[in-house]
Design a binder for this molecule. Structure first.
Ligand SMILES: *Cc1c(COP(=O)(O)O)cnc(C)c1O
Length: 362
């Protein structure tokens, strides 16, 4: 079988081929040690060098200012849904506001209400025409300890390209499905976090980028593995970190630097998304119901005009080597995730298939 396979899974998602080939070459014998990197002590000098290089490369890629800690943690994106309130609501102020744009920001709020007085604010709306649009930034409570939002809603395919203005209130962002897809101004945020399995590496790892002054606000009962200060003080090695995931993330960061960094990555991601949205917009067989101003570059949900053909579309696309196009069950239809590792050839192959399918069944 030499048909090319493209994996459009929303997460865990595809990794860059050069990264996996390198990991394969080094798998059993890392740097001539005769052992796999996953068999090394996290405190030994070999792994410490891997860990430090990964952090430095991430700092370079995102131009992370010196007053931010970079933490490699357990627990994925959802672990951070709890870590954020536990680390920020230690004082008298128990209030935090959440901007709601979809399933993931609502999930963060649902976890957050366990820990404080949380208020949700609508950030998007589905109009009577069926189109989802962003709303103007709402007025957050002036005394909120933080404002949380999710710049890319992985399920609905809604992306916010402008950073909401929150004045002195620290802004916390769940970048799980958009981190490293384009440059961002880290200095605008109090905390950025992301589960790894979309644009960083394999699952099992979460990265938190935390501004120094927010390390002193934790509740006394914050579990040690979610404690930002403790994690920072131990260079993310208070307990055994997910070492293999950290190593693979480091290879992904190296790959990103080699291809030209996040400006180049953004240009590629723009081109991929534009190709697919243009095709959908010009088709009478497929549609996307997100306002063009906030369409996600990473996750492209689309519907067949005739949903009775969904099962056939999925079966035939799989046969054509295009994997995991089923939309999230909450939205239905299809979803093509175009994370960093998806080459433009994958998008071209998808469009060619969609065109063939429309011509056969239209
Ligand atoms: C995938 C995802 C998560 C959840 O990540 P887990 O690692 O499964 O906990 C959270 N937020 C967003 C935006 C996501 O896309």
């Amino acid at each position: 079988m030499n048909q090319k396979i493209y994996n459009f899974c929303a997460g865990p998602a595809m990794l860059p081929v050069p990264v996996m080939e390198r990991a394969q070459r080094e798998f059993c014998n890392f740097q001539g040690l005769g052992a796999s990197v996953m068999e090394l002590s996290h405190r030994g000098k070999e792994f410490m060098a891997v860990a430090a290089k990964a952090e430095q490369d991430l700092r370079d890629l995102l131009a992370i200012p010196d007053n931010y800690k970079v933490l490699f943690m357990h627990g994925g994106g959802r672990g951070q849904f709890s870590a954020v309130p536990l680390n920020l609501l230690g004082g008298d102020n128990q209030k935090a506001d959440y901007l709601l744009t979809g399933v993931w920001s609502q999930g963060a709020l649902k976890e957050g209400v366990k820990f404080g007085d949380m208020q949700g604010h609508a950030g998007s709306v589905k109009g009577e025409d069926g189109i989802t649009r962003l709303l103007p930034t709402p007025a957050f409570r002036a005394d909120a300890a933080y404002v949380h939002y999710c710049p890319n809603e992985t399920i609905e395919g809604v992306e916010m390209f402008d950073i909401p203005e929150t004045g002195d209130i620290p802004l916390v962002a769940d970048l799980s499905s958009t981190i490293l897809s384009r440059p961002i101004d880290v200095s605008r945020f109090g905390i950025i976090y992301a589960g790894a399995q979309k644009n960083i590496g394999p699952s099992g790892l979460a990265i938190a980028i935390v501004r120094d002054d927010l390390l002193d606000k934790a509740r006394a009962d914050v579990p040690a593995v979610l404690d930002y200060r403790l994690t920072a003080e131990h260079d993310s090695m208070f307990n055994t970190p997910p070492t293999y995931a950290w190593y693979l993330a480091g290879l992904v960061f190296e790959w990103l630097k080699e291809i030209g960094g996040l400006a180049e990555m953004e240009a590629r991601n723009k081109a991929k998304a534009a190709l697919l949205y243009d095709y959908i917009d010009n088709s009478s067989f497929y549609s996307n119901s997100v306002d063009s101003a906030c369409r996600s570059r990473m996750n492209v949900p689309f519907q067949l005009k005739n949903p009775e053909l969904d099962a056939r579309f999925l079966a035939e696309s799989k046969e054509a080597g295009l994997l995991a196009l089923k939309g999230h069950k909450l939205v239905g239809g299809m979803r093509a995730s175009l994370y960093n590792a998806m080459p433009i050839e994958g998008v071209q192959a998808l469009i060619a298939f969609m065109e063939r399918f429309a011509n056969t069944h239209g």
